[in-house]
Every structure is written in structure tokens, then in C-alpha cells.
Write a protein that binds this ligand. Structure first.
Ligand code: ADP
Ligand code: MG
Length: 616
């Protein structure tokens, strides 16, 4: 057989490597920002257009490159940052693999202008799909500017895989946050489609965090610091009362590099134990300084997953440091740059032991216990076929004085439909007789037996279809507030609200932006109570943050789903008979009544002959 193995041409190898390094515009942002920092820039500008799909540009005032280096920088494995494998254990730079620029140039149109301090002329270089189109001297200032246009122009499959501009911009913003938070001593500017999103002057960590997330973040922070032989830890945790339902602001940095570490995250969560509810997430900004030889950054091309030599010790130190900080915070006011000395702790109290506040939970509390027919309704019937335990349903019903059992009758049918379970057409109309069971289900009768509707899921379905229509057809009815509400948000959260503002308007919200951190609500959807507006908006932001980029549904569908989830009647709410009837009717007017917007069953049916069999 003839020889068949060939070396891949460079441009193909680069495209393959690009698949690992560049997933989306945000990856380009990360690589270019890191290169600027490695080049000792003191001021970095990030400019993006159309979520980075049309343009990602980074301009720095760093050391720049010579004519030859400029050309070489786009070769694979071309780096000025390491020379030998041993250097990997003494890393002081963000980059070292020498593949970012080569990868980016393989899948985009790249322009670079660069000049070193002592050179008179700089260099202009144009590359498209790894081909150098132009290299010539140019007049430019010290530093480097790289523009990356039309990402994935030669890989349509990857380009189609990109999400909406808004979603891509969120990913870019996340990367920008990470780099900006790691380097407060560098000035950053971030423009999107000519709007300035961030203008971050040189400062210290705490002020940088506030500049990124808004001044309201400052009052939430508690400082953390610890110095040991293994690690120096400094940074901030958010006070327990600000723990959020979504992951929120959770940042670890090791030697000024943002890292992900589920293991160390666990250490922080463990320190917060007992101080926050189990479904809340603590916020933190924690910076570790370790000896570069004790950390392996080379285990993943994006370099966010790292391996610490002595992870267990680090875990223990981190946990006790955070605990200590939380304890101190509970007796002493936090040192603050906007701090009022009049509020200082009296001297006599300064050395007192910290007392950790305790949250006690009544494990045996059951919100439904006081309802009529206590504990009798063990409704295990999750699926239509699982009817076990139904016989118990009828025990004790007589004692329920709120429901007239005699009015609940099955319409008898000589020949029950055998396949009437899922097909709503065959179900026949619900009887118009309903009662609420366990403050969770609505029971009604149909031709072939009985219908058990999950009130929360059913209402979700009804609202979902309504909101989806409102958002797409722009017809939601808005109810004006007599007194407009002012609601404060973290900067970043407010940006999210502005992203989805049009959809919010379409469902009936009327909002105006007041500065960077506040909105004025002038109108609301009619079905939403005024008191619930603030909670709902915060919850929506949390859901939106958790959900973006995770599925392929349109923004309209996504928002309709979040809104329906948050506005639907909850399990545990008592529904008046009229509301029960209205809900049942609305549900069966829906296009897809059988499933909630989260693909869960909204109702089950129990065939009359199944019930009869139980009595046999
Ligand atoms: P790495 O950062 O891993 O070395 P890159 O492909 O990102 O690899 O960059 C290759 C080389 O190009 C770098 O090692 C550096 O010498 C040079 N370089 C890249 N960006 C800049 C910049 N903004 N300023 C100065 N030099 C740069
Ligand atoms: Mg690099």
C-alpha cells in the first residue's frame, strides 16, 4: 500500500487549533486583552460591533512589536513569553502557548498596527484566513491595535452557531469583567457600536469592583485577607444578605488570572453555611497569589481551569479565611473608602469574639398542613398510569367542610375511551365543576373520568402563550402606575434590563432609565401586582443570566417563559372557584395545553374504569 500519511498544511492546522482557542467573539476579546496586558499596557480600549461578529478591536499603549515580530506573531507556536518547557513553571504572563494570533488569523480578517517605543515607523499588517495580504511601514503611535473582522468568515457552520448579538455581547462583557477585575491598575474603555459601556480609570481592587458593577456594590463588600506560606489571599465577599438566587458575581483570580474552580467555590460556600439559605449563592471576588511553580495553567487551551499543587491546603485556608471575615464583619463595621468615622465600633468592642449569626430552619414545617384533609392526599400520581394510592384519596373527604363532595360526580359513560389520556380532543369538555386539592391541583371531571390539573404549571402555559403573543405582536396592555416606582440595580443587571426592554414593553411594562443604576417604572402588565414588580424584575434578571446562551430558543420565547414562570400562581395559593374555572378554560384554549413551557405535564387524567378497577 502506498504511503498515506501527510503533514497538514499550516493553514489547516491553524483552523483546527482555532476550534479550541476561539469558540465565539468573546474568546477573541479574551486573547487580545491578555496580549495587551502582557505587553505592559497602561490603557486598553476594547471596541466591538454587532456582538463582536462584525468587529473586535483592542488598542493598547504597550511595548509594541518590531517589523519582524509583527509578522512572526501570527505563526503558530510563536511566542516571546517562554523559551523552554521549564519556563512554564515560572509564568508571569497571561499567554505562553503562542497560538492565539495564529488561530484568530486563520478564521477572520485581521488588521494590525504596531510600533515599539524607539522605532520611528510602525508596521501595518493585513491577514485573511492565514494569508498575509499586506505588510508595510506605517505612521502610528506606540503600542498595538488589532482589529478582527468577520469572525468565522470561512467556516459558515461555526458562524451560524453564534448566538444573537445581545447574547454574544454578554459573553464579551463577562470576559471584559474578568480581565478588568484582575487588573485594576490598568485603565480600560469598552465601546459597543459606538456607545461607551465602561470607562474604568486606574484604581485599586475595591473601587474597580464598584466601577464595574455600580456604586451599590461597595456597601455589599466585606474585605478578606490572609497571608500564609502557601498562598496570599485578598479580596472581598458579599455580605450574606445580598446572596442571590442566581450565581451572580463569583470571581476567583490566581496570580491575576481569572480561574474557575468548583472545588474552591465549595470552600467559600461551606464558609457561608448557616448564613444564607440553601438556594442562595454568595458573591465573592477573591485574589490568590501563589508561587507560579505550584500552579499548572497548561491543562486547558483557554487557561481558566488550573491545577494547584496543594489544593486541599488551599481549600482549608480559604474556608477559614472567609469564615473569619464573615465573623469579623458581624461585629465590626467594614473598612470602607466612603467610610464615616463616626460609625466606628467603640474601642471596647474591637477585640470581642465574633459571633456567627445562625439561621435555624424548622425541618418539619409543611405549609399545607393546616389545610382540610391534613396529610391524606399523598398525591403520588406523577404520570398518567401511576394511579397507586388513589383509594386513599377518598378517606376523610367528608371532614372537608369547604368542599361539597357530593357535587363532584363522574359523568358516567358506558364505553369509556381507552386512549383518551393524552388527546385533548377526545377528553371532551371539562365538566365545569372544579375543586382545589392540596392548594396545588385543580380537580375536574371529564367524559371518561377525572382530570387533575397542576395549577402552577397550567397557569405557566396560559401565561406563556399570552406573553409570547404580546411580545411578538406587540400588543400587551400596560397599566399606568399612579406613583412611578424607582428601582435600583447593579450596573450590569440594569444593562440586561435594557437589553430586554423592548420585550418588557411589549408585555406591558413602561420603564425609563435613570442614570446607570436606576430605572423608573411607569407602567406594568395588568396581571402583575405593584408590590411584585421589583422582585419580578430581579428574578427575571437572575433567570436571564443563568439562561443566556444555554438553549437555542428565541429571545421572545425565552422571556415569555421566564415571565410565565415568575408570574404564574404558585403551588400553595388558594384559588377561588371562579379562578379555578377560568384557569381550566384558559388552559384548554391553549395551543399546547398538555405541557408547561418547561415541558412538564400540566394535567393528568384518570380513567373511570381505572377507578372502578380499584374498587373491584
Ligand atoms: P502568546 O500570547 O501565547 O505568546 P499570541 O499568539 O497571543 O501568543 O501572541 C504571539 C506573540 O505576539 C506574543 O508572544 C507577543 O510577543 C506578541 N504580541 C501579541 N499581541 C501583542 C501586543 N498587543 N503587544 C505586543 N506584542 C504582542
Ligand atoms: Mg496571547
Amino acid at each position: 500500500m502506498a504511503d498515506i500519511i501527510k503533514l497538514l498544511p499550516d493553514h489547516v492546522a491553524n483552523q483546527i487549533a482555532a476550534g479550541e482557542v476561539v469558540q465565539r467573539p468573546a474568546s477573541v476579546v479574551k486573547e487580545l486583552l491578555e496580549n495587551a496586558i502582557d505587553a505592559q499596557a497602561t490603557c486598553v480600549k476594547l471596541i466591538v460591533k454587532d456582538g463582536g461578529k462584525a468587529l473586535v478591536q483592542v488598542v493598547d499603549d504597550g511595548v509594541g512589536m518590531s517589523h519582524t515580530d509583527a509578522r512572526l506573531s501570527f505563526e503558530r507556536h510563536a511566542t516571546s513569553k517562554i523559551q523552554t518547557a521549564e519556563d512554564l513553571f515560572q509564568l508571569h504572563t497571561k499567554g505562553f502557548r503562542g497560538e492565539a494570533l495564529a488561530s484568530i488569523a486563520a478564521i477572520a480578517h485581521v488588521d494590525m498596527q504596531t510600533k515599539t517605543t524607539d522605532a520611528e515607523m510602525g508596521t501595518l499588517l493585513k491577514i485573511e484566513g492565514s494569508k498575509v495580504l499586506l505588510q508595510e511601514p506605517t505612521v502610528t503611535h506606540k503600542g498595538t491595535s488589532i482589529s478582527v473582522k468577520n469572525l468565522f468568515f470561512n467556516i459558515p457552520a461555526r458562524r451560524n452557531f453564534l448566538k444573537s448579538d445581545q447574547v454574544e455581547l454578554r459573553h464579551i462583557t463577562d470576559e471584559f469583567h474578568r480581565v478588568a477585575l484582575a487588573h485594576p491598575s490598568i485603565e480600560f474603555h469598552f465601546y459597543n457600536n459606538s456607545n461607551e459601556l465602561f470607562n474604568l480609570p486606574q484604581t485599586k481592587h475595591r473601587q474597580r469592583i464598584s466601577n464595574v458593577f455600580g456604586s451599590r456594590m461597595n456597601q455589599r463588600l466585606v474585605p478578606v485577607s490572609e497571608e500564609t506560606d502557601v498562598v496570599t489571599i485578598m479580596g472581598f465577599i458579599c455580605k450574606p444578605e445580598f446572596a442571590k438566587k442566581s450565581r451572580g458575581e463569583q470571581y476567583f483570580f490566581a496570580n491575576d488570572r481569572f480561574i474557575k474552580s468548583p472545588y474552591l467555590h465549595h470552600a467559600v460556600v461551606a464558609a457561608f453555611e448557616g448564613l444564607i439559605k440553601p438556594d442562595r449563592h454568595p458573591g465573592y471576588f477573591l485574589y490568590f497569589e501563589v508561587d507560579p511553580s505550584t500552579i499548572d495553567i497548561n491543562i486547558h487551551p483557554t487557561k481558566t481551569e488550573v491545577k494547584f499543587e496543594d489544593e486541599h491546603t488551599l481549600y482549608a485556608i480559604l474556608r477559614s479565611t472567609v469564615k473569619h471575615a464573615l465573623g469579623q464583619f458581624s461585629v465590626a463595621p467594614v473598612l470602607d473608602f466612603e467610610h464615616d468615622p463616626n460609625l466606628d465600633t467603640p474601642y471596647a468592642y474591637q477585640d470581642k469574639m465574633a459571633i456567627l449569626p445562625k439561621v435555624t430552619v424548622d425541618q418539619s414545617f409543611n405549609p399545607f398542613e393546616n389545610q382540610a384533609g391534613q396529610g391524606i392526599f399523598k398525591t403520588k400520581t406523577k404520570t398518567k398510569t401511576d394511579t397507586s394510592g388513589w383509594e386513599q384519596m377518598y378517606q376523610g373527604l367528608e371532614s372537608m367542610d369547604s368542599i361539597e363532595f357530593s357535587s363532584v360526580q363522574f359523568e358516567s359513560s358506558e364505553h369509556p375511551e381507552p386512549d383518551a389520556y393524552t388527546d385533548q380532543e377526545v377528553l371532551g369538555q371539562p365538566s365545569g365543576i372544579t375543586f382545589q386539592l392540596h392548594r396545588k391541583y385543580i380537580v375536574s371531571t371529564i367524559k371518561s373520568g377525572m382530570l387533575l390539573i397542576d395549577q402552577h404549571r397550567a397557569h405557566q402555559r396560559v401565561l406563556f402563550e399570552k406573553f409570547l403573543k404580546d411580545i411578538t405582536v406587540e400588543q400587551g396592555v400596560s397599566q399606568q402606575l399612579l406613583f412611578p416606582l424607582e428601582i435600583y440595580f447593579l450596573k450590569d443587571d440594569l444593562n440586561i434590563l435594557m437589553e430586554i426592554r423592548q420585550s418588557l414593553c411589549n408585555v406591558g411594562f413602561a420603564v425609563e432609565k435613570l442614570g446607570d443604576e436606576c430605572i423608573k417604572v411607569l407602567g406594568k402588565p395588568a396581571i402583575l401586582a405593584e408590590n411584585d414588580i421589583e422582585v419580578l424584575l430581579h428574578q427575571m434578571i437572575a433567570d436571564y443570566k443563568m439562561g443566556t446562551g444555554q438553549d437555542d430558543t428565541s429571545q421572545a420565547e425565552f422571556l415569555a417563559r421566564i415571565l410565565s414562570k415568575n408570574m404564574a400562581v404558585k403551588t400553595g395559593e388558594v384559588l377561588q372557584v371562579e379562578s379555578q374555572l377560568a384557569l381550566v378554560n384558559d388552559l384548554f384554549q391553549c395551543k399546547e395545553p398538555a405541557l408547561s413551557p418547561f415541558k412538564k405535564l400540566t394535567y393528568i387524567t384518570i380513567a373511570e374504569n381505572d377507578i372502578e378497577n380499584k374498587f373491584a
